[in-house]
Design a protein around this ligand. Structure first.
Ligand code: ADP
Length: 549
């Protein structure tokens, strides 16, 4: 028997229409470096979005399914692109501006982008690439920047404000199939070449509803969220869409992502929430330790993208800022888990829950698969690869797998689950604790050593600013850990003392023999530890390694 219920397609245009009307007075504030940010209401953004869609169709001839790329910081114009492009039936393709040029070229060509929307400040990055991007016909420039190099190229160049001026303010949004492509994002390539994930209108709509649930980010129109996570990093974790559903104000840092301006932004604009990877919070902590600022408006911060070191969470607790750990991937839209402890616990009892990656929401099913392919129990002890499925989880990659030779069965199980490549345990009450990425775990004499556990323990030492641990080949054990340590200013290194410190919490056989001090941990384009680079430096003999007896 069929239901008697209506079936209204879940479309991005519906999120937009809701936000620009019901929450029309909510604001997007974009940091400009001037005393006052640029402020634009959701209603104004909505009107400009309609104009932009008219310009894209009437002037540039953009048709359904065509890819329109953005090479932009987080700002109001990028939000307008976020809504106009999918709402008209085209596909928003956010480009990661920190990728190496050859990867950007690969991605634009792989997606066959026809239009690139760019912030003027990023033209020096785009212009040298354009001769290698044969599918790109139009470049839309937003904001000031040197446009001179564009003249000689076979592309049409448009100024964003000129392009949308005098356009009609009511675009007839098409009634699309909700399963149609709305946006695409390539993985940042931490473990290989970028692969394209294509989100549907339906997946974005459902994901946004989950982001808004109290068990996830749970924000309301009384909140302001500081969106540090880039709009090119898994749709800024869904925030631009989610906020238009609930009227949450957005504070956008644009290109002012350094710790100093971020601290100033927080003190002046008093956001109640923020979202960013651990690297950002590490940098901000160092900044406010040197130049104290009041960060306490941030009642809750969503931290994810890589494991949050417990010492970092503790330090922010002392500043009155609660970090809430979340796990996700480009392939999971990204919301996979969030670490809200169960009800009725004391702060002390909550602590171990806060350190986990968190619980799965109703829309994400999870299972752990052991090395032999067997599904493992949720007992907090059986470690396996995490597999997930749900309506905002990828089922495949765009047009094959990207440049990396990778068989589909490496990432998707025969029965339709995503193989995350993350290894961990799940407790009986459903909390996930990741011990490592499958590719980073150290396989020593048939046993596994968690690089993340060693890093977290090292980063709790008062002399250590950051630490990354990688597997290096070892004749006797196959692999052993190499500890690379960044010291806090004014500290001197004592490897024996560091090893003894680790020995207080970690089994002796897991303690690294090989140690080195480095200036900074190399980071990927989205601020994660780039262990590929450290492994290569070690293999090339570029690190000065001390081996303890
Ligand atoms: P890439 O795979 O290129 O790094 P993603 O941003 O999609 O790009 O990365 C997803 C991966 O990031 C996850 O598979 C996991 O390994 C890691 N990750 C994300 N959040 C967390 C977290 N809270 N704790 C540990 N690892 C995390």
């Amino acid at each position: 028997m069929l239901s008697t219920m209506q079936d209204v397609p879940l479309l991005v245009s519906r999120i937009l229409q809701h936000g620009m009307t019901i929450h029309g007075s909510s604001q997007v504030s974009t940091w400009t470096g001037e005393p006052e940010p640029q402020r634009r209401s959701f209603a104004e953004i909505g009107t400009r979005t309609h104009r932009l869609a008219h310009a894209l169709r009437d002037e540039l001839g953009v048709r359904q399914d065509e890819r329109v790329a953005t090479l932009m910081w987080n700002n109001a114009e990028h939000v307008e692109a976020y809504f106009a492009i999918p709402s008209m039936g085209a596909v928003l393709h956010t480009l990661n501006l920190r990728l190496p040029p050859e990867q950007l070229v690969f991605i634009v060509n792989h997606a066959a982008d026809r239009v690139v929307f760019v912030n003027g400040s990023l033209l020096p990055l785009l212009v040298p690439l354009l001769p290698h991007l044969p599918t790109v016909e139009h470049v839309i420039v937003s904001g000031p920047g040197d446009r001179s190099g564009l003249e000689a190229l076979p592309v049409r160049v448009h100024d964003y404000e000129d392009l949308i001026a005098d356009r009609p303010t009511a675009y007839p949004w098409p009634e699309l199939d909700e399963r149609q492509a709305a946006a695409m994002c390539y993985t940042s390539g931490t473990t290989g070449d970028p692969k394209g994930v294509v989100y549907s209108h339906r997946s974005i709509y459902l994901h946004s509803m989950q982001v808004n649930m109290t068990e996830s980010m749970g924000l309301t129109g009384r909140d302001t969220t500081l969106v540090v996570v880039p709009q090119f990093h898994v749709n800024a974790w869904g925030l631009p869409h989610a906020t238009f559903m609930t009227g949450v104000n957005m504070l956008m840092p644009d290109r002012f992502l350094q710790p100093g301006p971020l601290a100033e932004m927080i003190e002046r604009e008093k956001p109640s929430h923020a979202a960013a990877v651990p690297t950002i919070w590490q940098g901000l902590l160092a900044e406010v330790t040197a130049n104290p600022r009041d960060l306490s408006s941030m009642k809750q911060v969503t931290i994810g993208g890589s494991a949050c070191p417990p010492a970092l969470m503790e330090a922010y607790d002392r500043l009155g800022v609660r970090l809430c750990h979340a796990w996700g991937m480009t392939e999971t839209s990204p919301l996979g888990t969030m670490a809200h402890p169960p009800a009725g616990l004391t702060a002390e009892e909550e602590w171990p829950y806060r350190l986990t990656q968190g619980r799965f929401p109703a829309g994400v099913e999870a299972r752990l698969v052991g090395p032999g392919g067997d599904v493992l129990p949720w007992d907090g002890a059986s470690a396996g690869e995490l597999e997930v499925r749900g309506n905002w989880i990828a089922a495949a990659y765009y047009n094959g797998d990207g440049a990396e030779p990778l068989r589909p069965e490496d990432k998707f199980s025969a029965d339709g689950w995503l193989k995350t490549g993350d290894v961990g345990v799940i407790s009986a009450d459903g909390y996930l604790t990741l011990t490592d990425r499958a590719k980073d775990v150290i396989k020593s004499g048939g046993e596994w050593i968690s690089s993340v556990e060693l890093e977290n323990a090292l980063m709790a030492h008062p002399d250590v600013a950051e630490a990354a641990v990688v597997a290096v080949p070892d004749e006797k054990w196959g692999e052993r850990p190499l500890a690379t340590v960044v010291l806090k200013p004014g500290s001197t290194v004592d490897y024996d003392a560091l090893r003894a410190f680790l020995g207080e919490t970690i089994a002796k056989w897991q303690l690294p023999e090989r140690w080195t001090v480095i200036d900074a941990v190399p980071k990927t384009s989205v601020g994660k530890f780039d262990k590929k680079v450290i492994r290569k430096q070690y293999a090339d003999g570029a690190l000065e390694v001390t081996t303890l007896g």
